[in-house]
Design a protein around this ligand. Structure first.
Ligand code: F0G
Length: 370
């Protein structure tokens, strides 16, 4: 190969290479020369202007941050890449987490990539099929416990309280500060794509790590002089488990948004601080409201997210209907996970049945009623 051709190829491969999250936002992250630059292609997810749905709900400047496009299909990858890199740097040999599924899938993937042992503790019968299969496919050891997410987190915290020096292990739930540090990059990207902070940032709340991370990200970008304002933060919990919303029970029947069914959010205090500092709200949304938003996102915008994700849009729709949101405001709803995570809900909610036909043009036409 000629030198010119070789040079051209190198240029092309550099131009085509996806940037690494840990490098792109290095100035804002606790990375140094000894931090392994892991990457499965996390971050740099699209911000989509939802024109049709926005108009329909009276918020024409509605935008969607599509976090389902991360490598394991959820926002968890932003924080996991840093948590796992720092675990490697510290000489850890294993990762452990409690999870409603997405943290487990992300830990399993990055753990496999880094050559670490992974143990995930899940609430029995509450994890969507896709998430469980992702963790299993990546070779994580999966332990199911009775009693929901809170019991699973208690169990792993007890394990971490009594460490085995011969088996150095890292907890990769969002109580691990590197998770929050990595996840705040979502806020940076939103600011860069919009050319400033939005007026509102709406987000589903479970353990309250992500709302905490976004608020931190917006605050750091403002302190660095990169944006002038911060958004009003709107957090939405599933009505069956809305501990941060006054008067809501946490023991109601199982909700469709199992990913955010958490009775004692580990970052609850930080979430309330984000709400209060931003003049925002944390509210509950019902299963019906979540499923309406879930169906509409796929049908009108082509964005298939998992049910818990749609809590952000369901909440904005509700507040807009109450007249609580200025119609001219720029709103970003974070869609936290991909629709394929939960094929059972997708099947139940599919708007159209599968038609059966003979394998011929006439047969297909007949089935379509043409
Ligand atoms: N959306 C999805 C799809 C989630 O999986 C989660 C949390 C959240 C929102 C809430 O984020 O906890 O930072 O407030 N899932 C965790 C898990 C609990 O184990 O995968 P949060």
């Amino acid at each position: 190969m000629s030198d010119v051709l070789r040079q051209l190829r190198q240029q092309q491969s550099r131009a085509g290479a996806r940037p690494r999250l840990l490098q792109r936002f290095e100035a804002f992250l606790p990375v140094d020369d000894a931090t392994p630059l892991l990457s499965l292609g996390e971050g740099f997810t699209p911000l989509v202007h939802a024109r049709t749905l926005g108009r329909a709900i009276g918020c024409p400047m509605l935008h969607l941050k599509v976090e389902g496009q991360n490598p394991t299909g959820s926002f968890k990858d932003r924080g996991m890449v840093l948590a796992v890199a720092k675990a490697m740097q510290a000489g850890s040999r294993a990762l452990i987490c409690a999870s409603t599924g997405n943290t487990a899938a992300s830990a399993a993937a990055f753990g496999a990539h880094a050559g670490l042992e992974v143990v995930v503790v899940l609430p029995q019968g509450q994890v969507a099929a896709g998430k469980l299969l992702q963790a299993q496919a990546a070779g994580a050891r999966v332990v199911a416990v009775e009693g929901g997410f809170d019991g699973a987190l208690r169990a792993v915290r007890e394990i971490m309280d009594d460490p085995d020096p011969g088996h150095p292990m890292t907890l990769v739930n969002s109580v691990n500060p590197f998770r929050i540090q990595g996840q705040k990059t979502g806020a940076f990207e939103v600011c860069e794509d919009l050319g400033g902070a939005p007026d509102y940032l709406a987000i589903p709340v479970g353990n309250a790590g992500n709302i905490t991370a976004y608020w931190k990200g917006f605050s750091e970008y403002r302190s660095a002089g990169l944006v002038e304002t911060r958004p009003i933060m709107l957090g939405f919990q599933a009505a069956g488990a809305a501990p941060l919303v006054l008067g809501h029970r946490v023991d109601a029947p199982l909700t469709v948004a199992t990913a955010i069914r958490i009775g004692h959010p580990a970052s609850g205090a930080a979430a309330l601080q984000a709400r209060d500092e931003s003049g925002g709200r944390i509210e509950a949304v019902t299963d019906e409201e979540i499923l309406d938003a879930y169906r509409d996102l796929a049908r009108y915008e082509g964005i298939f997210c998992e049910p818990a994700s749609a809590a952000s849009v369901a909440g904005v729709r509700k507040l807009a209907a109450e007249g609580a949101i200025d119609p001219g405001a720029t709103i970003v709803c974070v869609l936290t996970g991909h629709g394929l995570k939960d094929p059972d809900t997708a099947r139940r909610e599919a708007p159209l049945p599968v038609l059966e036909a003979e394998p011929s043009a006439a047969g297909v036409r007949r089935a379509l009623g043409w």
